[in-house]
Design a protein around this ligand. Structure first.
Ligand code: C2E
Ligand code: MG
Ligand code: MG
Ligand code: MG
Length: 290
């Protein structure tokens, strides 16, 4: 009987594996055609200047509008895109779409916003990135300083090669930002050899702010050190009023998070761009959002 059971179990696992493999294969086939079928779309999340209380930039965040599965978040397909060699095509599409979007908003009267775009480490290390960025800037007429490339902290290595890529991008006038800072192992000291413009402090760090006094002290010292190195500091995933109070005290420059706005489709931005955030009220939420 034990033997039989084992056999059945084996068959069961095999079936599950087959189903998973089939699903993955279908996802892969679908993803390969997602660009041509116009299924990829960008949402934009406002970045608010704490001093001015208004939007100065946005971060482009990709979604996949799948005909059967609905809106798929990036965490569910970016890895796959990297594995099947699609990340460069997707990355180029994102860059082009995002840069064009700034001009579209400008036509609707929105002052030129800074556009932050996430770049996969694979794409970042691809020699095609630099010429692609160059031609997209030329094609869209976006000021290079209005484009910011975000690269995740835990993949940033201060190799000669990386420093070279950073430097060439910056020679174009493009800004570079370190994303998810605080989740990896790099210290600010190790980053200082990289030519970067801003540091995005990860959401985990922000939400742990009140866990103990050490967390607050650490946050203060990160912001101070980043400023001393000449970086702009962005806080990610800000969800609470109290967090804003502390971030203001630490002189953090920009804030981004659900407290202000979730990522939204492009047509929402012109209205948001006219709003005053934290306009003198005790409530840091959108004053005009009611
Ligand atoms: P990320 O670049 O660190 O982006 C921030 C993520 O946090 C976004 O998730 C955003 O929607 C979410 N978020 C923002 N504010 C809050 C908040 O207050 N609370 C909470 N709980 N979450 C908040 P999203 O859009 O699902 O993107 C996840 C990750 O996927 C991004 O993390 C980025 O690493 C990657 N990604 C997104 N778009 C692209 C892209 O175009 N290309 C590449 N290569 N990666 C992308
Ligand atoms: Mg990002
Ligand atoms: Mg991040
Ligand atoms: Mg991330």
């Amino acid at each position: 009987a034990a033997k039989n059971q084992g056999k059945h179990r084996y068959v069961f696992y095999e079936k599950t594996h087959t189903r998973e493999a089939e699903q993955r294969l279908r996802m892969e086939q679908d993803l390969r055609r997602a660009i041509e079928l116009d299924q990829l779309t960008l949402y934009y999340q406002p970045q608010i200047d704490l001093k001015q209380g208004k939007i100065v930039g946005v971060e482009a965040l990709i979604r996949w509008q799948h005909p059967e599965r609905g809106l798929i978040p990036p965490d569910q397909f970016i890895d796959l895109a990297e594995q099947i060699g699609m990340i460069r095509a997707i990355g180029d599409w994102v860059l082009k779409t995002a840069c064009k979007q700034v001009a579209d908003w400008q036509e609707k009267g929105v002052p030129e916003l800074r556009m932050a775009v996430n770049i996969s480490p694979l794409h970042f290390n691809d020699p095609s990135l630099l010429p692609a960025v160059e031609s997209i800037l030329e094609e869209t007429g976006l000021s290079p300083s209005s484009l910011e490339l975000e690269i995740t902290e835990n993949v940033v290595q201060t190799t000669e090669n990386n420093i070279g890529i950073f430097q060439k991008l910056r020679d174009l006038g493009v800004r570079i930002s370190i994303d998810d800072f605080g989740t990896g192992y790099s210290s600010l000291a190790s980053l200082k050899s990289l030519p970067i413009d801003s540091l995005k402090i990860d959401r985990v760090f922000i939400s742990n702010m009140f866990k103990d006094t050490n967390s607050t002290i650490l946050l203060h010292s990160i912001v101070d050190l980043a400023h001393a190195l000449g970086y702009l500091v962005v806080a990610e995933g800000v969800e609470q009023d109290q967090e804003v109070d502390v971030l203001r005290k630490t002189a953090c420059d920009l804030v981004q998070g659900y407290l202000f706005s979730k990522p939204v489709p492009p047509e929402h931005i012109p209205q948001l761009a006219t709003q005053h955030f934290m306009a003198g009220s005790k409530n840091k939420r959108l004053a005009a959002c009611s």
